[in-house]
Design a protein around this ligand. Structure first.
Ligand code: F6R
Length: 600
């Protein structure tokens, strides 16, 4: 993961630019941070463990430079210590790196034989050392970078500066994102254009095996063979400029509340003109099967879609974790549409899975939130979720936006393959148009969620159960809780508990459940009785009238299955939020996590 930024300017102090860039890149990792810049013709490096704020405090206010690079880290090789933080300096080369150098051990051994010694056990220090090795050997930057690219196995976005070379930043990339931002007298590099929008929205996207030399007025981009490449200068239009927390204590709560707007915004292009709009969605009737691939919350959105496609449109649908998919036999063929779901569009495993599908020239579709992200450039066709900037690490509004697109896709498919009739379609479209009215009362039940949170926040194990669509939702509920509250929470198919897991249920164990399927509710209630009999405290989300004092019940309105997942997940999101709040955890940036998972 990690975020990198660099800047060179004729007339600006670049230190504040680097800090702003890092603050905006913290979604990529935040366990340590550092900067390197020329000061009195010498490279000055400042590093800290922890978040960028700490780095800002450590840098003296009047620190000034016109060229530098910076990094915010999500540790892979080596703990989150100051010494392991970037930038890494190896003799002439000072570098920031995002990615993983897979053959770093072999390269390290080779370099040790050459007399090199290392201060850290990171792969990135080895990358700096290899660059230095070739630089000393060839005294030529082009040759150095080209040799580096031929030597390295793995992924990298790298920015580096060279001792005594006060006028250039160099950068190169393979598989990790890197852009070059361009403005008058100041040029920058960054993992993400959105991190430097305060300074410029004009940028070049570096492709794999390309590298660049950047000074205050020029950007020269070259291929791995050293040929100059002429690139399109892109312009980023920020439709979502307001990313402040407003009056909310956390981005997560703000983003949960924003679902009142983001679901409709995502749905609108496909519902505003009734069935005509719906039929602008891709026609899936030409495929025999649908494969859905994603990670974490995106995978959970896929599980919801599996239910909708299989149960409601009689279409075979499989859902895969991208990290598994990329290493298994997927029987790829032209009759299967592979749908890739991602908020960031940068998730390494999902990108790798997509590349497999593309290599076999099989049809694919992306459901992606971040414009111009790596995946949007790879997929055959992209349907954008309109969740806007999702800043909290725990995904909420992106999930409901993904579910929205998938629901509408299933609905249009059901209409086309005649498993769903016109009246049913119109009914669902009406519900989507009415989504704000449907979800506002659910969002507003703060007291209910807070009182549940008060009951569960001191527990160590919490179980989430459900059947069918409710089971898919329970997985998302359990994930939300564990990632921000650090409470161990697991999801199980309600009928599966008695095959082993029920042995873990003891007095006061919280069991959260949704039962929203008239055909299955009685079965689920029986399973709840089984855990109640063993002392559990049960919290039930339902759209049916259930009179039973032994459960704490959260009512949601009755709707079609296409809308239902959105209504069920909101209580789960808010219970997780208030539980984490009571535990005093770092809700927007939970420990060990990052918003964009760009390593495998
Ligand atoms: C959980 C969460 C993660 C992401 C996963 C995939 O709240 O946010 O599980 O869903 O890392 O990320 P994207 O959607 O960016 O591919």
């Amino acid at each position: 993961m990690c975020g990198i930024v660099g800047a060179i300017s004729k007339d600006k102090n670049i230190v504040p630019l680097l800090i702003t860039g890092l603050e905006n890149l913290e979604y990529r990792g935040y366990d340590s941070a550092g900067v390197a810049y020329f000061k009195n013709k010498k490279i000055n490096i400042v590093k800290v463990t922890g978040k960028v704020n700490k780095l800002k405090d450590k840098l003296k206010e009047n620190e000034s430079s016109n060229i530098g690079i910076a990094h915010t880290r999500w540790a892979t090789h080596g703990k989150a210590t100051t010494i392991n933080a970037h930038p890494h300096k190896f003799k002439h080369i000072t570098l920031v790196h995002n990615g993983i150098i897979e053959n770093f051990n072999i390269l390290k051994e080779f370099l040790i034989e050459q007399g090199y010694s290392f201060k850290t056990n990171t792969d990135s220090e080895v990358a700096a050392a290899i660059l230095n090795y070739y630089y000393e050997k060839y005294t030529d930057i082009d040759k150095t970078i080209q040799e580096f690219m031929s030597t390295i196995i793995g992924s990298y976005a790298i920015g580096f500066i060279v001792d005594n070379d006060y006028e250039n930043i160099y950068c190169l990339k393979k598989e990790s994102p890197l852009i070059i931002g361009v403005s008058n007298n100041t040029n920058m590099i960054s993992s993400d254009i959105r991190a430097i929008l305060k300074y410029t929205n004009k940028y070049y996207i570096l492709d794999d095996f390309e590298y660049a030399k950047i000074d205050v007025s020029k950007v020269i981009i070259k291929s791995r063979t050293g040929d100059i490449i002429s690139k399109e200068l892109k312009e980023y239009i920020d439709e979502d400029a307001n990313s402040s927390k407003g009056h909310y204590k956390h981005y997560m709560l703000k983003e949960i509340m924003e679902q009142k707007e983001t679901i409709l915004k995502t749905a609108l292009p496909f519902i505003e003109d009734g069935i005509n709009s719906l039929l602008t969605l891709p026609d899936l009737t030409k495929y025999k099967e649908i494969d859905i691939i994603g990670c974490g919350t995106a995978y959970h959105a896929g599980l919801v879609a599996k239910y909708l496609f299989t149960e409601l449109t009689n279409t075979r649908c499989n859902v895969y974790l991208a990290s598994e998919y990329r290493y298994q036999n997927n029987f790829l063929n032209k009759d299967t549409l592979s749908i890739f779901i991602s908020q960031s569009g940068e998730t390494a495993d999902t990108i790798a899975a997509l590349k497999l599908v593309k290599k076999k020239k099989c049809p694919n579709l992306g459901i992606i939130n971040v414009k111009e992200s790596s995946m949007t450039l790879l997929v055959d066709k992209c349907l954008y979720t309109k969740a806007g900037n999702e800043i909290a690490v725990a995904s909420t509004k992106a999930y409901t936006a993904q579910v929205t697109i998938l629901s509408l896709l299933a609905l249009s498919h059901g209409y086309r393959n005649k498993t769903i009739n016109k009246n049913q379609v119109l009914e669902v479209l009406k519900e989507f148009k009415n989504i704000k009215t449907l979800i506002t009362p659910i969002l507003n039940k703060k007291e209910t969620y807070l009182s549940i949170a008060k009951n569960i926040y001191k527990e160590e194990d919490i179980f989430y159960i459900g059947r069918g669509l409710d089971y898919a939702l329970s997985m998302e509920g359990a994930l939300k809780l564990k990632e921000i509250s650090y409470i161990h929470s697991e999801s199980y198919a309600a009928g599966e508990l008695k095959h082993g897991t029920i042995s873990l249920i003891k007095k006061n164990t919280p069991v959260l459940c949704s039962a929203t399927n008239d055909k299955l509710n009685a079965k689920t209630i029986s399973n709840l009785k089984e855990v109640l009999a063993r002392g559990a405290n049960v919290y039930l989300i339902t759209n049916t009238k259930i009179k039973d004092d032994s459960f704490k019940i959260i009512n949601i309105p009755k709707t079609s299955d296409f809308i239902k997942p959105i209504l069920i997940v909101i209580p789960y999101q808010l219970i997780a939020y208030y539980t984490a709040l009571l535990r005093g955890t770092s809700i927007d940036k939970p420990k060990n996590l990052a918003k964009s998972v760009t390593v495998e």
